[in-house]
Design a protein around this ligand. Structure first.
Ligand code: SAM
Length: 373
């Protein structure tokens, strides 16, 4: 079986969680960089990764990775790639070009040069060039230049995997990306204790948690799989993996979610139903007046930050009251918080046992874990 080089894109700062996840799924992780995890795997593993990797936005075949100083060098690097071994010339392609740093050429210049190389290589090897379609391509090649680091990748996924089929995506202004929510639950150290989120909004953390612990694919029902148009694709193997994923379903400790907004709870219930995890208990409640838990729990939540939701002075008041309540009532529990507001950590009565910085849509955030004595 042939091994290929691939990379996955994920939340900036939480690459180590994705690296751990891909390793557990059978990939050989070789490197990480900002929001990317590089790995080697047999082509066949790509199907399993697409179904079960929860923290990944997209997978790419690594076409080229090089240090470059000019547009000419990018052209030379692009010439070395055997595009004709990845897709047929009947499929329309697009170059998606991004650039960061100081250069005397634009990302459009890169897209033009690389697009021409792809066409010329196809003509040289197959006698005809593939059509270009920027709006609705069959095949997307991502070209990224950051300072002098150049990366060419073939999109195996299509649209990002964070667009979960179960989710009503426009239902909440500050709903978490499910790929980030999955990373948080996977890093939380959730054990046999119940998982609870007292400010659960549309239920993203709990639903991703339930899917993960029960081994259910978070992309069940997704129809768009870009790899199906690529030459290495084996439809029989894919269908076998897909069919197997349809019947998976284990068990987990109980999950409970609440939010004071009844509309969000209604959507959370619908989302859970779409994901096939209908036993999560949702309730409309104020986090500050919830009854104390009957046993220690793992509480994982992202309270309002004050960026798009909540006034700063009211937030500090809320954070103080939350800490007061949790310190008194959640003895022996673990508190896992996604915080975009430093006040939450500053007010905490004890030091966190772990803290990780990451970016959520360019907003610096922290994943913080406390163990209440
Ligand atoms: C950042 S959002 C959480 C989004 C959620 N993780 C999701 O993915 O949909 C914060 C949530 O806290 C809720 N909230 C704020 N104060 C609350 C309180 N005192 N009690 C219960 N919920 C509260 C808001 O209604 C909002 O849904």
């Amino acid at each position: 079986m042939m091994h290929h080089d691939f990379f996955a894109t994920c939340t900036t700062g939480l690459e180590f969680i994705t690296a751990r996840e891909l390793t557990a799924l059978g990939a050989e992780v070789t490197d990480t960089s900002k929001s990317r995890v590089f790995f080697r795997a047999q082509w066949e593993l790509i199907y399993r990764l697409h179904l079960y990797a929860r923290t990944v936005n997209r997978f790419f075949a690594l076409l080229a990775r090089a240090q470059v100083r000019s547009l000419q060098e990018i052209e030379q690097v692009a010439w070395q790639v055997p595009y004709e071994q990845w897709f047929e010339n009947r499929y329309a392609f697009a170059i998606r070009s991004e650039r960061d740093g100081t250069h005397d050429f634009t990302s459009m210049d890169i897209a033009r040069v690389v697009g021409q190389v792809v066409c010329d290589r196809f003509v040289a090897h197959t006698g005809a060039r593939p059509p270009v379609n920027l709006d609705n391509p069959d095949v997307e090649i991502f070209s990224t230049l950051v300072d002098d680091q150049y990366l060419l990748g073939l999109n195996l996924t299509g649209s990002s995997l964070h667009r979960r089929p179960w989710r009503q995506s426009l239902a909440h202004l500050t709903a978490l990306r499910p790929t980030l929510a999955a990373a948080v639950v996977m890093a939380s150290g959730w054990d046999d204790r119940p998982l609870m989120d007292p400010m659960c909004g549309t239920g993203t953390l709990l639903i991703e948690g339930a899917l993960w612990r029960r081994g259910i694919s978070p992309s069940r029902g997704r129809e768009e799989w870009a790899f199906r148009k690529l030459i290495p694709h084996d439809e029989c193997l894919w269908q076998a993996d897909l069919e197997a994923s349809a019947s998976v379903g284990g068990t987990s400790p109980p999950l409970q979610g609440s939010d004071w907004n009844a509309r969000y709870i209604e959507i959370a219930r619908q989302n859970a139903q779409g994901a096939g995890v209908t036993d999560i208990q949702f309730a409309v409640a104020n986090a500050l007046t919830l009854p104390p838990p009957e046993q220690p729990v793992v509480l994982v939540t992202n309270p309002p930050y004050g960026v798009r939701m909540g006034k700063p002075s009211e937030l500090v008041h809320l954070y103080r009251k939350l800490w007061h309540k949790w310190s008194a009532e959640y003895v022996g529990s673990r508190i896992v918080v996604i915080s975009g507001n430093p006040a939450f950590e500053q007010i905490a009565p004890i030091e966190p046992v772990a803290a990780y910085d990451f970016l959520q849509a360019e907003l610096p955030c922290r994943l913080l874990i406390w163990d209440l004595p």
